[in-house]
Design a protein around this ligand. Structure first.
Ligand SMILES: C[S@@+](CC[C@H](N)C(=O)[O-])C[C@H]1O[C@@H](n2cnc3c(N)ncnc32)[C@H](O)[C@@H]1O
Length: 309
């Protein structure tokens, strides 16, 4: 996997139907840190009493920067524009980055998915944008504004209500029956994930691993490859609980590589996964379910999974 040290050339340009957007000016390898940015402006979140005051003391050029973002017809321009600053919204503040805030959205879907993901680095206090696919010169860089699949909402309506735009990505423009079928599969996947902890126990670890592998394939076919790392970590936990170091290492390596791609190599989740993949015995529940060799079947599940993300 490529390292994070490259700084590919990118540009902010006009994109038909979307306002501004960001394009690659040269090929960008999967896994590359495209840009890491300190916010240009940080203001309290919409609804916070301090927001108006914070805006009122901004320098003129920052105000015009904010006003250069789209806003809905019913919005007060500057407050409405804040909705459109995703992906740089924090819990209690809105952080506005000069470049990453210009990156447009596309959905994870069976018809396509974003080529980049963004991540707030809590240590450097910078927003980071990673290439999660190979990106060709001239291609638009796109992320998903939808949060995790565990919090899935039908995208067209959610994006309209929350970010005030009509998503016309290949996934959202599928026939209604296809959209509904996807929603059902995603709901079944989320139920599977919710029920998983209660299934962990002394019986049937191979059945659980097989189910995890199957669900990884289901959710990846829905485009949500971003969730592979978490499921691989579930499989790791099971293997580690049975003291099968070889299988545990393989699963956590998938988790580590997935986190590297979607959250960056500087993230805590990547570092944790890297440590566990090297030393699964440090897992808190190591051998808690006894000792069992899960290696054989797990290897083939792993191989199928590791080719996807
Ligand atoms: C973070 S900003 C992205 C930059 C923005 N396009 C601009 O002109 O500055 C988010 C806003 O861009 C627009 N946008 C993003 N993705 C879009 C898409 N797929 N289709 C149409 N508009 C989109 C929406 O207005 C959204 O609220």
């Amino acid at each position: 996997m490529p390292t994070d040290t490259t700084s590919p050339r990118i540009a902010i340009v006009d994109i038909a139907g979307k306002g501004k957007g960001v394009i690659a000016q040269e090929g960008i390898a999967r896994g590359t840190l495209i840009i890491s940015e300190k916010p240009r402006i940080i203001v309290p979140a919409v609804g916070d009493a301090g927001l108006v005051k914070a805006i009122s003391v901004l320098p003129r050029e920052d105000l015009s920067f904010m006003l250069s973002f789209p806003h809905g017809p019913e919005d007060i321009p500057i407050i409405g524009a804040l909705k459109h600053f995703i992906p740089c919204v924090g819990d209690h503040t809105i952080s506005l980055c000069s470049t990453i805030c210009r990156v447009n959205h596309t959905c994870y879907s069976p018809k396509g998915s974003p080529n980049a993901s963004y991540f707030w680095n809590t240590i450097s206090k910078e927003e980071e944008l990673y290439a999660i696919k190979e990106i060709k010169a001239g291609e638009e860089i796109e992320v998903s504004y939808m949060s995790n699949v565990s919090d899935f909402k039908p995208p067209v309506q959610h994006l309209r209500e929350t970010y005030a735009f009509e998503c016309a990505c290949p996934g959202c423009t599928r026939p209604a029956a296809d959209l509904l079928a996807s929603e059902k599969r995603i709901a079944a996947y989320n139920s599977f994930v919710d029920d998983l902890p209660s299934r962990f126990g002394p019986d049937n670890p191979l059945e659980i691993l097989e189910d995890i592998s199957r669900q990884i394939l289901v959710i990846s076919a829905e485009g949500w490859t971003s969730d592979i790392g978490s499921r691989a970590h579930d499989a790791f936990q099971l293997c580690a609980s049975y003291g099968d170091a070889a299988s545990a290492r393989k699963w956590e390596a998938i988790c580590r590589d997935s986190h590297a791609l979607y959250q960056g190599r500087k993230s805590d989740s990547f570092k944790r996964a890297k440590d566990l993949a090297t030393n699964p015995q440090s897992f808190h529940a190591w051998k808690q379910l006894g000792r069992r060799n899960l290696k054989g079947p797990v290897s083939c599940f792993c191989e199928a999974t590791s080719t996807i993300y």
